[in-house]
Design a protein around this ligand. Structure first.
Ligand code: ZN
Ligand code: ZN
Length: 495
């Protein structure tokens, strides 16, 4: 159901010192002005934080109100993601204005916790340093559990969009859309909270994860046991190659595993006019780089997509008449299976060592896993992928669902997908008419915020429908000769 706002009125959305003006529905009431309901449990707030800003959530004026007058039950069970759109846009813009780098998402985390407080959703904090795990559903240990994940961090990029909600942190920008991911997961949280009784005795974990862009926050969350009791996990990423509102995924490998490397080629420096008295590492390194990819990949199956790319090169000298002692070059290797990644790692080490020796030099490779952990390939579980596609079709219709192209970019949701059956999907945010065409990690990146409601409806539907299917399967097992169980409700809508 749409709440059909008859007209729009402007309200102020504040976060810290920053104000954004957006339009809100006249039926919206300010949750933060209410006292916290008696039963609301916020178990693990480790620090005091300022009073929530006046961001409003839409609530139905006709919704049934339970006797305890809780905020939660004022969210209409017929809430649509479209009703949440102004709030989600304000959340996204607030986060966008104050981006924070990996494992430094302190204000971001605080802001998200404030929104969860308003929704009456309990959570654990801190998890993986700055992360949050919020909980919905029965809470019964051992009951089916589904996880939805959003990443929170930004990139060391200076924003050039000129948007009024642009970054206020010089040299830091939400250029990968993680601000939108958080806004959509909060939207899904509100939708699920409004229909929490339909979660079929199961549980939903909402993972607000730090440090996707660097340091592998997903790996830390896994190490802290966040998904140990999870049966299925889902996440999405905004995707500027796809039209806004399109959902795309594919079974099996979707995104590449990645390792960074730095090679060191050691020779013997000296006077450039006397090359016979030196061993020139510049010539050795240039030769190695030129032949690197064909030599490293020579024995791999030709149908396996791989990247072997060199991105920087330097020597320990800049003079025009001095042969340096050492040259370093570094880059990235990427592939779609751990086995191919192992082969690339071994072969790269051999090629650099052997080719350096050809030139009389020593060559060694450092894969820097102490600084940048190996991100494994992101592999979608086939049955979870089928399920996600069926949910996407219910949410956006057959025409709005596409088979995703493989991408050599990486994504640390892969750590979670290694542990539990999972599906990652792309959500289109492109809008050529409005000039929203720039790629991820571009200083000009922006997104069509109209896609937020689609993403929220999709995420909420995944959790709701997964738990409904688990309950239906359990019922069928208990009543093997009984009648077919029918799902309690359909997917969430965004219109
Ligand atoms: Zn990114
Ligand atoms: Zn990203």
């Amino acid at each position: 159901m749409a709440m059909n706002p008859p007209s729009l009125q402007s309200v102020s959305i504040a976060r810290g010192s920053r104000l954004c003006n957006i339009h809100m529905q006249p039926t919206a009431q300010n949750l933060c002005q209410r006292s916290r309901p008696r039963h609301m449990v916020v178990p693990h707030v480790a620090q005091q934080h300022r009073a929530p800003g006046p961001i409003s959530l839409p609530m139905s004026s006709t919704s049934s109100v339970d006797s305890d007058e809780s905020t939660v039950h004022r969210l209409s069970r017929k809430l649509s993601a479209a009703d949440l759109e102004p709030w989600m846009i304000s959340v996204r813009r607030s986060l966008h204005a104050e981006p924070e780098l990996s494992f430094k998402e302190h204000k971001t985390s605080q802001f998200i916790r404030q929104q969860l407080d308003k929704l009456g959703i309990r959570y654990d904090y801190p998890v993986a340093r700055t992360g949050i795990v919020a909980h919905l559903g029965s809470g019964a240990p051992g009951s089916p559990c589904v996880a939805l994940r959003a990443d929170m961090d930004a990139l060391p990029i200076t924003e050039l969009t000129g948007a009024p909600y642009g970054s206020t942190h010089t040299g830091c920008m939400h250029a990968c859309g993680h601000d939108a991911h958080c806004a959509m997961l909060l939207g899904a949280a509100a939708l699920l909270k409004a229909r929490e009784r339909e979660l079929a005795g199961g549980r939903v974990k909402l993972l607000f994860q730090p440090a996707e862009e660097a340091d592998g926050g997903g790996k830390v969350m896994v190490a802290e046991g966040v998904v140990a009791d999870v049966d299925a996990a889902f996440a999405l990423h905004v995707w500027p190659q796809l039209p806004a509102g399109t959902i795309a995924t594919r079974p099996g490998p979707l995104m590449a595993g990645v390792l960074s490397f730095e090679a060191t080629v050691k020779g013997r420096g000296g006077h450039a006019a006397m090359p016979h008295t030196t061993v020139n590492p510049v010539i050795a390194a240039a030769s190695i780089v030129a032949e690197l990819k064909p030599l490293v990949t020579a024995h791999l199956p030709p149908y396996e997509p791989v990247v072997v790319n060199v991105c920087h090169m330097s020597s320990d000298g800049e003079a025009f008449n001095v042969v340096p002692d050492t040259v370093r070059f570094g880059g990235t290797v990427r592939a779609f299976s751990d086995d191919i990644m192992r082969q690339l790692k071994q072969r790269l080490t051999e090629v650099v060592a052997v080719q350096a020796r050809v030139h009389g030099c020593e060559g060694i490779v450092d894969f820097r896993e102490d600084k940048e952990p190996y991100f494994p390939p992101l592999v979608n579980n086939p049955s979870m992928s089928d399920f996600a596609r069926s949910v996407a079709k219910r949410v956006v219709g057959e025409g709005g669902v596409a088979l995703a192209d493989l991408t050599m970019a990486s994504e640390d949701f892969a750590f979670i997908a290694q542990q539990v059956p999972a599906c990652f999907a792309f959500l289109g945010v492109r809008n050529e008419e409005r000039g929203i065409v720039h790629g991820l990690h571009s200083p000009l990146f922006d997104l069509d915020e109209g896609a937020l409601k689609v993403g929220a409806a999709y995420l909420a539907s995944l959790a709701h429908d997964y738990l409904s299917q688990r309950a239906a399967a359990a019922t069928q097992r208990r009543h093997a000769h009984g009648t077919q169980h029918h799902e309690s409700a359909s997917s969430f809508t965004f219109s």
